[in-house]
Design a protein around this ligand. Sequence first.
Ligand code: ADP
Ligand code: MG
Length: 295
Amino acid sequence: SVPAAILSALAVSARGGVLFKGGAALETLASVSTFAFDKTGTLTTGRQELVEIHCAGDENDFLARLAGLEAHSEHPIAEAIRRAAEARGLSPVTVREARAVPGEGMVGVDEAGVLWAGNARLAARMGAKAEVDAAQALPEAVQEAPRTLVLLGRGAHYIGSATFEDQARSSTPYGLAALRAGGVQHIAMLTGDRRAVAERVGAELHIAPKAIHADLRPEDKVALVADMAGKGRVAFVGDGVNDAAALARADVGIAMGAAGSEVALQAADVALLSDDIARLAEAHRLAKRTATIIR
Ligand code: ADP
Ligand code: MG
């Protein structure tokens, strides 16, 4: 049977919006010394804003096509794109057979053929790397800006790009400080976004440069979590479809419950209903106290 101290800790945590799937997760959390966080939607709000569009052709056609493809996506970037198209009064182009490539973007078919939108890895997968790399395709200012980049292309051709910005949640700095104060030794960031963005957000949150990992595919997140797990207990905190495997691999998987995806919630051992990392820090401290009581 579950010790009374654990039942009581589970109830107290639940009141704070931290839901454990069982007593074992609470006991494991007590010994976690490394917390690895996804960036977009976890450390940051995930509410992306379109900053600029860079394309040779018509901007409105670019945005209407991008929005048509992203109409089929649950990613935070898709929401920003749909909002931007709507603000300009654009009707999204009809896109069929749309599918997500986790950690890379979207692929579908419009009236003229295969359309894709995503990161440089997806561009390479579609055979458009040469065009994206070609002189002038992407100005240096766009390449180096600490902004999330979405490339749009048709087949092996590059059409244009859009950049996005998102802010750290206002609760994140205090949340990370509370975890450190509670004895957490290692805090890391694991993101599929570009290095420039990861470093900008990481610096703001005082995450050590060597603990910032960018350009990761979902399987790279799993490999890093496995690597960290070889050195001590690790918790992974994430919100996206691209985080599900890492959540499952971690000693404790923690999903952002309010804005997170269904798949992430299912893969996790703990749901953070308020999306507030400070609540997680409280649960971690409570788990440690409980562990001392039952020992
Ligand atoms: P994170 O780990 O930060 O949550 P993801 O792994 O979900 O990021 O995505 C990595 C990158 O892939 C994004 O920064 C973006 O460039 C691209 N990407 C992912 N999903 C989409 C999408 N639906 N549309 C366009 N680009 C996308
Ligand atoms: Mg995310």
